[in-house]
Structures are given as structure tokens and as C-alpha cells.
Design a protein around this ligand. Structure first.
Ligand code: AMP
Length: 224
């Protein structure tokens, strides 16, 4: 399977789509946000610095990101295909990743750009809940039973406790959305020029998943 890069403003459902694709087809899901939160939880000096940046919706420096990415994408399990969720996040990172992939002899993959109407974004971010035990993602405002917790604060799948990310608040959200449109949008043009950008509407997560599968099939990938 070819590697995938997911592009979307935070809250558009990148994590949900990546999780669904990896569960169904065996991609390795590489989320920079998850990697950074895990590193932050160590609680040492670097961990505290990372936590502070994340909580304020500020980018973590590139050297930290590149080191983590190179370590991840060269793991043997990534040979069968991986999904990048949260990286590259600006043009500089897109160019950095391009060079990294070339140097390592890894196919950079194709880019899925997930689009979502502004008014849905706020609900997606403020309503997001994540299971502490299995990582399943829910939304308390969701119309879809699968994504709405049946019991408040409890994971439908494993019964684990649900939590709200520290950066899922309105102020951090505004910062993240502004940052996204300022610095991430140029990546779209960069990949468009390379002819590897595919767009999917992410209003409905089931339909988004089907749209991605359709794209992959068109390209000849075995995703049944
Ligand atoms: P996410 O889980 O993708 O929403 O990421 C949460 C936070 O982690 C972001 O708001 C940034 O502070 C940081 N982060 C994640 N990915 C990157 C990246 N590629 N470059 C810089 N910072 C990142």
C-alpha cells in the first residue's frame, strides 16, 4: 500500500479517518500530536516545554519533529504503508519531509486533503473526547451513534474513561485554525503542483472513508 499524508484543519476528523484506515487495512498510523503528547507526559524539561507549546496551540520546533518522524517512518512495520497525521504541517516541513523521504529511499505517498465547513469545525473540536485506554475518538455532539458516547465520560468500546484534550478549548482552537490557514494552506499548493493532492469532504466520516478507498482503488491499491 502506498503511504498517505492527511491534511486537514484540526478537528476535521484526521485522527478518526487515520484510525479507521489503519484498522481496516493495516496502515501504521503516525500522529505527531500523539507522539508529542506521549513525550510531554514524561514530565522532564523537554516534556514540559512540549506540553506548554501544545496547550497554547503553538508549533513544536522542527528539529524535534524531524527526529521523531525519521525514527517512526524507518520502523520495519511501516514498510507496508503508513499514514501521516499532523505532519507535514507547514511548507518547510513538507520540503523537509520530501528530502527526508528521498534520502531514506521511502515513497513520500499521496496527499488527502480533508475539507470541512467552518461552522462544523467548532463542534468537532469542543465536543471531542478521547478514550484514555484505547484511544477511540468520540464527539458529544455527533449524530452518529458510533461516535457519540452512550454514557457520559465512558468509552463505548472498552469502558475506559474519556477525556477532553487540554488544547480542545475555544481559545486554543481559534489559534490553531488561524495558524492552519496561514501556514498549512501553502502545502496544498505545493502538493497540487506535484499532482499528488486528492480532496475529500469530511462532513460525514463514513462517506469520507469511502471516498478515500475509492481514490486508492482508482490508483490500483488493494483496499478491499
Ligand atoms: P494534533 O494532535 O495534531 O492536533 O497536534 C496537537 C499539537 O501538537 C499542535 O497544536 C502542535 O502544538 C503540536 N504539533 C503536532 N504536529 C506538529 C508538527 N508537525 N509540527 C509542529 N507542531 C506539531
Amino acid at each position: 500500500m502506498r503511504n498517505l499524508i492527511l491534511l486537514a484543519v484540526q478537528g476535521a476528523g484526521k485522527g478518526t479517518l487515520a484510525k479507521a484506515l489503519s484498522e481496516k487495512f493495516g496502515y501504521v498510523h503516525i500522529s505527531t500530536g500523539d507522539i508529542l503528547r506521549e513525550r510531554a507526559s514524561v514530565g522532564d524539561e523537554l516534556g514540559k516545554k512540549i506540553k506548554d507549546l501544545i496547550d497554547n496551540g503553538i508549533f513544536v520546533p522542527n528539529d524535534i519533529i524531524y527526529e521523531a518522524m525519521e525514527y517512526k517512518i524507518t520502523r520495519p512495520e511501516c514498510k507496508n504503508g503508513y499514514i501521516l497525521d499532523g505532519f507535514p504541517r507547514n511548507l518547510e516541513q513538507a520540503q523537509g519531509y520530501e528530502e527526508m523521504a528521498k534520502r531514506l529511499g521511502i515513497d513520500r505517498g499521496i496527499v488527502i486533503n480533508m475539507t470541512l465547513k467552518d461552522e462544523l469545525l467548532k463542534q468537532r473540536i469542543i465536543g471531542r473526547r478521547v478514550c484514555k485506554d484505547c484511544g477511540s475518538i468520540y464527539n458529544i455532539y455527533s449524530d452518529n451513534e458510533q461516535f457519540k458516547p452512550k454514557h457520559e465520560g465512558v468509552c463505548n468500546k472498552c469502558g475506559g474513561p474519556l477525556y477532553q484534550r487540554d488544547d480542545d478549548n475555544e481559545e486554543a482552537m481559534k489559534k490553531r485554525i488561524n495558524t492552519y490557514f496561514e501556514v498549512t494552506t501553502p502545502i496544498i499548493d505545493y502538493y497540487k503542483e506535484k499532482g499528488i493532492l486528492y480532496e475529500v469532504d469530511s462532513t460525514d466520516s463514513d462517506k469520507t472513508f469511502d471516498a478515500v478507498v475509492k481514490i486508492l482503488k482508482t490508483l490500483g491499491d488493494k483496499v478491499d
